[in-house]
Design a protein around this ligand. Structure first.
Ligand SMILES: NC(=O)C1=CN([C@@H]2O[C@H](COP(=O)(O)OP(=O)(O)OC[C@H]3O[C@@H](n4cnc5c(N)ncnc54)[C@H](OP(=O)(O)O)[C@@H]3O)[C@@H](O)[C@H]2O)C=CC1
Ligand SMILES: CC(=O)[C@@H](O)[C@H](O)COP(=O)(O)O
Ligand SMILES: [Mn+2]
Length: 382
């Protein structure tokens, strides 16, 4: 029985992770979990999975749950609580399914505690990839990607030698507005942005798919996971999200991983790697699909993707600024406070105003994150 310490149990990745855990009661148990503010769902998971440690976002929720279940569960709250869940001794795997930069420090705590890391939280590597990968290597802790594209590349690389890679190709669905021209994006609504053509995901990442910031973050994530320079990381538009990504080798061969758009597959693979377990899910029917489409990326249409490459190539604290500005801007967009195109404008302004610190410490990364959020909030006030 493998214990799973899960962050973000009430989210899209978290709920699907719990489905995987419950589908294999002989293999996995939920040892510890964190939730944010969704306490009714937290109660349901507690009743069903009986974790020994639970962290919630707010102190008052922690007190309330303690009075209900405190005799058999240890409760924590806030960022310290996330670190307690990450490092809980009875979990062998740390599955990071929280959203946002709040996921960085718990990943580092899990590595320090020697946990194998199944990583969905892409902000961890976007902002602190140089710190996290170095620490994981020092502690000999594997980082297994959960993000579907990176899981595809990771799977395509099994048995292959890194030196033979010509490039990796991340596929992009194009998001909710892929058929709209740039001038049509000025007055799109939150409701429209949240209609992803293929995947059912949390609100933040769904908006990131629409701006293509998601793909930009995935480029930076890939740079760290696979230790490749940016000119070996390409992006290709692929409407169907059937080919989850591919690796091209220097003899011209391409190895791709295909599947239905079902996150339980990469989540489960990260928990079972290098083995696999059966999964009761719809099978990909290529005959039914018939045709798959691929086309070049348009970097003018999707400015966030271009800015993410720029931030990645600049390095230092610049990716943390890209991420923090984007998190704040998307939050404001979701609250109906700014139009869709202001997201990329705010990210651009934050990057322009930042003097990057090379090879930053964790403290410098977190400081850049904090300063950028304050700056971007001042854009809203003005
Ligand atoms: N969804 C997907 O299919 C994919 C997601 N990812 C990545 O995985 C991560 C999670 O995405 P997704 O599941 O869609 O996100 P959701 O918004 O669906 O879920 C986020 C989870 O994090 C919790 N949370 C958010 N902020 C805090 C906080 N400050 N303190 C404690 N808990 C918090 C939420 O709690 P609550 O709801 O209780 O408030 C919820 O459990 C992101 O980094 C995303 O980019 C990567 C690939 C695919
Ligand atoms: C499921 C997953 O991994 C998401 O990151 C998804 O890939 C988003 O799709 P696009 O960003 O390509 O629209
Ligand atoms: Mn992805």
């Amino acid at each position: 029985m493998t214990g799973i310490n899960l962050l973000g149990a009430t989210g899209s990745v978290g709920r699907q992770a719990i489905e995987v855990i419950q589908a294999h009661p002989g293999h996995f148990r939920l040892s510890a979990m964190s939730v944010g503010k969704n306490i009714p769902l937290a109660r349901k998971i507690i009743e069903a999975c009986q974790p020994k440690v639970v962290s919630v976002q707010r102190k008052e929720d922690c007190e309330r749950l303690k009075s209900e279940y405190g005799h058999r569960i240890k409760f924590y709250y806030g960022e310290e609580g996330l670190a307690e869940v990450a490092a809980f001794s009875e979990g062998e795997i740390f599955l990071n399914g929280i959203s946002g930069a709040v996921g960085i420090v718990p990943t580092i705590r899990a590595i320090e505690a020697g946990k194998r890391v199944a990583l969905a939280n892409k902000e961890t590597l976007v902002t602190a990839g140089h710190i996290v990968m170095k620490k994981a290597e020092e502690r000999r802790v594997p980082i297994i990607p959960v993000d579907s594209e990176h899981s595809a590349i990771f799977q395509a690389l099994q048995g292959e030698r890194r030196k033979n890679i010509e490039k990796i190709i991340l596929t992009a669905s194009g998001g909710s507005f892929r058929d709209k021209k740039r001038e049509e994006l000025a007055d799109v609504t939150v409701e429209d942005a949240l209609k992803h053509p293929n995947w059912s995901m949390g609100a933040k990442i769904t908006v990131d798919s629409a701006t293509m910031m998601n793909k930009g973050m995935e480029v930076i994530e890939a740079r760290w996971l696979f230790d490749l320079p940016y000119d070996k990381i390409a992006v290709l538009l692929h409407r169907e999200s059937t080919v989850h990504s591919m690796v091209q080798f220097h003899d011209g061969s391409i190895i791709a991983q295909l599947g239905t758009p079902d996150m339980r597959i990469p989540i489960q693979y990260a928990l079972t790697y290098p083995d696999r377990l059966p999964l009761q899910a719809e099978r990909l029917d290529l005959a039914k699909l018939g045709v798959l489409h691929f086309s070049e990326m348009d970097f003018d249409r999707f400015r966030c993707l271009r800015m993410a490459y720029e931030a990645g190539r600049t390095g230092g604290t610049m990716p943390a600024v890209l991420n923090a500005a984007n998190e704040e801007a998307v939050h404001s967009f979701l609250e109906g406070k700014i139009p869709f195109l202001a997201i990329e404008e705010w990210v651009e302004r934050a990057m322009e105003q930042h003097e990057p610190i090379p090879d930053p410490t964790l403290e410098a990364v977190l400081e850049a994150d904090k300063e950028t959020r304050a700056l971007v909030r001042s854009f809203l006030k003005n």
